[in-house]
Design a protein around this ligand. Structure first.
Ligand code: ATP
Ligand code: MG
Length: 419
């Protein structure tokens, strides 16, 4: 029969890769605990309206990239394309904002966007994301930025560059928007069709266009940083002062605008040019209007999303990709049927002591078992037959050096011998 293939743009992540994923996830989770962020998990699908209202009707994500469907009760649902709107919804629904503020949450999960699959871009992808609610202090921005930075640093990535900008607030953005539309209006014959569409709906997105002509036009456009109100200017200055103080390097980059509508004030990206066109590993910013827009109280928020596959690409590029150690410590080979049960129990006892132990599961000959032990890269092997069972002494062999050592036929003695 014909085999079924996975849908386009999805990933199979196999054991040899998940060992690296687990290593990264472990670092991320440890960092989140140190920074006081609690993990939140939320549904894979939500009401479509959550995203049209929360992410914004004019964004590419909502207009073109959502997996939207009707369920059997004719409700419009969508697979989550991002996490912020989901977290806000959950926070409001569960009354989390009534607790200690600021509220610091993180997630490590999969998202879905109908995009053109390419290097660094898939239809199901994975993000580490954080959201902090209830602080409008620049220290909140600096904290989420430094959390992302500390993950990069812990992984050994030194060339991921932090780019910061401010897209202004409802006070100063309209004037900036007008200046930008005026400027871009002079290039309607040159802008790409997508940007022409964006011009009236979402002109800031033009600054983010990857087409060479549009980006050349964008490079000479009015800068948000020249149009900030005093509050936004002071916020940006205070943020950069904190980053300076903490020794976190950054550049101010007026080209950073972010794709989602909810951003206000601070926006930032961590970029590694060396992994190709999809070079933004982490993107985030402030979204002070989002909670209210989703029916909650006026409450500020700041956070980021970090793409795990792009992070892995950076690590691969630098030869820094490590894995959690899944190599078996020892392979126990039963040499005859009579000791099968004893060896099985020994293997169980070793595992309970924290040793990665393996034994025969296929009734193989000793020769075939040794071949298998070699294939799975077991660090030690021990052959156990009637003689060993009787004497209570077993020889463990170090597979790398060939060294042999005799020890007692108990889990404790074996664990000790292979330490
Ligand atoms: P891009 O401009 O690359 O499309 P974005 O602005 O749509 O990114 P966000 O919604 O801010 O991205 O998501 C944050 C991060 O999640 C990105 O910086 C990226 O690392 C990762 N990411 C987003 N979309 C994808 C995807 N389709 N495949 C893989 N990773 C993705
Ligand atoms: Mg995108």
């Amino acid at each position: 029969m014909e085999q079924i293939k996975k849908p386009r743009g999805t990933l199979d992540i196999l054991p040899e890769q998940t060992a690296a994923w687990q290593y990264i996830e472990k670092i991320i989770r440890e960092k989140c605990i140190r920074y006081g962020f609690g993990e939140i998990r939320f549904p894979t699908f939500e009401a479509t309206e959550l995203f049209s209202r929360g992410v914004g009707d004019t964004t590419d994500v909502v207009q073109k990239e959502m997996y939207t469907f009707r369920d059997r009760d004719d409700r419009s649902l969508s697979l989550r394309p991002e996490g912020t709107a989901c977290v806000v919804r959950s926070m409001l629904e569960n009354g989390l904002y009534a607790g200690a503020m600021p509220l610091k949450l993180y997630y490590l999960t999969n998202f879905f966007r109908y995009e053109k699959p390419q290097a660094g871009r898939s239809r199901e992808f994975f993000q580490f994301g954080t959201e902090m609610f209830g602080s409008d202090s620049p220290a909140a921005d600096a904290t989420v930025i430094s959390l992302a930075y500390s993950v990069f640093r812990e992984l050994g990535l030194k060339d991921v560059k932090l780019h910061i900008n401010s897209v202004g607030c409802p006070n100063c953005r309209p004037a900036y928007r007008e200046a930008l539309v005026n400027y871009l209006g002079g290039y309607t014959d040159k802008l790409c069709p997508t940007c022409l569409e964006r011009l009236n709906k979402n002109p800031l997105r033009v600054l983010d266009c990857k087409s060479p002509i549009c980006s050349e036009i964008a490079s000479r456009a009015p800068k948000t940083t020249d149009h900030l109100c005093d509050d936004c200017r002071n916020h940006l200055d205070a943020l950069t002062a904190l980053l300076d103080e903490a020794g976190i390097p950054y550049v101010i980059d007026s080209g950073i605008v972010r794709g989602l509508d909810y951003y206000t004030g601070t926006v930032f990206e961590f970029i590694d040019e060396r992994i190709g066109a999809q070079s933004t590993v982490c993107g985030g910013g402030r979204y002070d209007g989002l909670v209210a827009q989703l029916g909650g109280p006026q409450m500020s928020g700041v956070g980021f999303g970090m793409g795990i596959t792009r992070l892995i690409a950076c690590l691969e590029q630098e030869g820094l990709l490590k894995t959690v150690d899944t190599t078996p410590d020892i392979y126990l080979a039963p040499a005859e049927k009579t000791v099968y049960g004893k060896v099985f129990a020994l293997c169980e006892a070793l595992r309970q002591m924290g040793v990665k132990a393996e034994t025969d599961l296929c009734s193989r000959s000793i020769k075939a078992q040794m071949k298998y032990a070699d294939k799975i890269h077991a660090r030690y092997t021990a052959v156990i037959g009637g003689t060993e069972a009787e004497s209570g002494i077993v020889t463990v062999k170090n597979m790398a050096t060939g060294d042999r050592a005799e020890t007692g036929l108990t889990a404790e003695a074996i664990a000790d011998a292979i330490k």
